[in-house]
Design a protein around this ligand. Structure first.
Ligand code: SAH
Length: 248
């Protein structure tokens, strides 16, 4: 069996119990070495075969899985955060389907959740935003035109921007084109939940200089929205004047 396991955002104890138990029983682990904390590997049993996928192609990853599977090993494919977000996991699952190799997916704590925790923030504040947009700037992977950041910015919803820490000047231009002002609140969370995490609050207009001053050009989330400000409405759910199914 092959298990796609979300390793969580960084801290070694932010993997799920299920994920950790699978590591403890794995005969082979293929981990995304560029972002997965290597501390997870110390829970692997003796003799576990370990591959860093950073230097492998999709075909080589599948070949290793096929080989391990043939030898009856339980295989953990360890992805950073949760594999459903920029995880390049679908293509692996499709190739395993073709080979009739079974797999399961174990969710993980995505870095966007880790970043909210580090910011001690709530993305969905009543009266501010009830929507979280997860997106990225186009890089070598194109982004469909309808999802251009300037268009998404028009919603003024909470925005969490992945894979774009090296593109902060064009990102800022797009946010402003979409209607944000230079003063709109923003944050950069670098290596959320890792020991060397940095949480930097700034504004849309100061994103690039804040990153430059702190030497950040990768492994960061750019977070934008008025939820980072201090105005919001309290929740109806916990309001004394509001009754519901569990509190008449
Ligand atoms: N599947 C992952 C995302 C992989 S894409 C997840 O759910 O988090 C890689 C990008 O994720 C990085 O470029 C960065 O933008 C973001 N990222 C991953 N881990 C991070 C962390 N600990 N702190 C901040 N950003 C992180």
């Amino acid at each position: 069996m092959i298990y796609f396991v979300g390793a969580g955002p960084g801290a070694e104890d932010l993997i799920t119990v299920r994920g950790r138990e699978l590591i403890e029983q794995a005969g082979m682990i293929i981990y995304a070495g560029s972002l997965v904390n290597r501390e997870h590997l110390k829970y692997a049993p003796e003799g576990c075969e370990i591959f860093d996928s950073a230097s492998m192609t999709l075909e080589q990853v599948i070949e290793a899985m096929e080989d391990g599977n043939r030898r009856g090993l339980d295989i953990v494919r360890l992805h950073t955060g949760d594999s459903s977000i920029y995880g390049a996991v679908r293509e692996q699952m499709d190739m395993l389907d073709e080979l009739s190799i079974e797999y399961e997916v174990v969710p993980g704590v995505s870095s966007f959740c880790g970043a909210a925790a580090s910011l001690k923030a709530e993305y969905t504040l009543p009266g501010v935003s009830q929507t979280v947009i997860i997106t990225r700037m186009a890089g070598r992977t194109p982004v469909p035109g309808k999802e251009d950041i300037a268009l998404l910015a028009e919603h003024r919803a909470t925005m969490v921007i992945f894979l774009s820490a090296g593109l902060l000047r064009p990102l800022t231009e797009k946010l402003i084109e979409g209607g944000y002002s230079k003063e709109s609140p923003a944050a950069i969370v670098y290596k959320a939940t890792w020991p060397d995490e940095k949480v930097l609050r700034c504004t849309v207009g100061t994103l690039a200089e804040t990153a430059e001053k702190n030497g950040i050009s990768k492994t960061a989330l750019i977070i934008v929205g008025d939820f980072l400000g201090d105005k919001y409405q309290r929740s109806k759910l916990y309001h004394p004047a509001f009754s519901h199914e569990f509190r008449p």
